[in-house]
Design a protein. Structure first.
Length: 245
């Protein structure tokens, strides 16, 4: 996959260093993948990625457009820790075919998302990832996941991308408050779409804007909605939108 970049974190403090920054428990990355995010101190999304633990390093699988930002932020937080962060030539493959290639790891977000492999060759299959994402409400970097996103509104708890028992990390206070003190009134939802509308089309109820339509596949899509206003038939351009059951 040429749309992913793999960073490597080495050094004796690598696990402790990353544990204090990201939304999930890095200690569980040995022999398995974890899904996590780096947030701003205000709890908003900066980047999402997978972490894989190897004998002498942690691998971070991130969307290529976000790799420079993530590398910069991790280097900024390094301070005096015994860690080094660098890009690698590791290639990310993914697929849903069985059997999975030797060394592949299950995607932790949902069983339907198959496996990911880190190697020197691309072994990806021809899975229709857009359709799969829509079917299982999986947000994508740079599409549904943007700098204005709060990860709980994007479904990170359902996607196993946040741990509420791991202790402090950047943005943890806001995330924990959203979990324990409020009911989510807006976020991503799966919708039925009758007609066509471009990604980013506002969704309206009467004269009021209540959300945005993002990825579509067939007659379903992923939308960001204000749940208390998203009742009945809504409009996205000339398309009719309603919450999927």
């Amino acid at each position: 996959m040429n749309d992913r970049t793999v960073l490597a974190i080495t050094g004796n403090d690598r696990e402790h260093f990353l544990q204090g920054l990201v939304s999930n428990d890095v200690r569980r990355a040995g022999g398995r993948l974890i899904y996590a995010a780096l947030l701003t101190p205000q709890g908003k999304y900066l980047a999402d990625f997978f972490v894989a633990g190897e004998a002498e390093r942690l691998l971070i699988d991130v969307a290529t457009p976000l790799a420079p930002l993530l590398l910069q932020r991790l280097t900024l937080y390094r301070l005096r820790a015994d860690v080094h962060v660098a890009s690698t030539t590791v290639i990310v493959s993914r697929g849903t075919g069985r059997p999975a290639p030797a060394g592949a790891l299950p995607d932790p977000r949902h069983p339907a998302l198959g496996w990911r492999l880190y190697s020197d060759t691309d072994q990806s299959d021809n899975t229709d990832w857009e359709a799969l994402r829509v079917a299982h409400l999986i947000p994508e970097t740079g599409v549904e996941l943007t700098p204005e996103t709060y990860i709980l509104e994007a479904g990170f708890e359902r996607l196993h991308g946040v741990d509420f028992r791991k202790g402090c990390y950047v943005g943890q206070e806001v995330t924990a408050r959203m979990k324990h003190k409020t009911e989510l009134k807006k976020g991503l939802a799966r919708v039925v779409v009758d007609g066509t509308a471009a990604p980013g089309t506002p969704i309206v109820s009467g004269e009021k804007e209540v959300g945005t339509l993002y990825t579509t596949a067939g007659d379903h899509g992923i939308a960001w909605l204000r749940f208390d206003r998203a009742e009945g038939d809504l409009k996205a351009g000339k398309a009719t939108v309603r919450l999927a059951e």
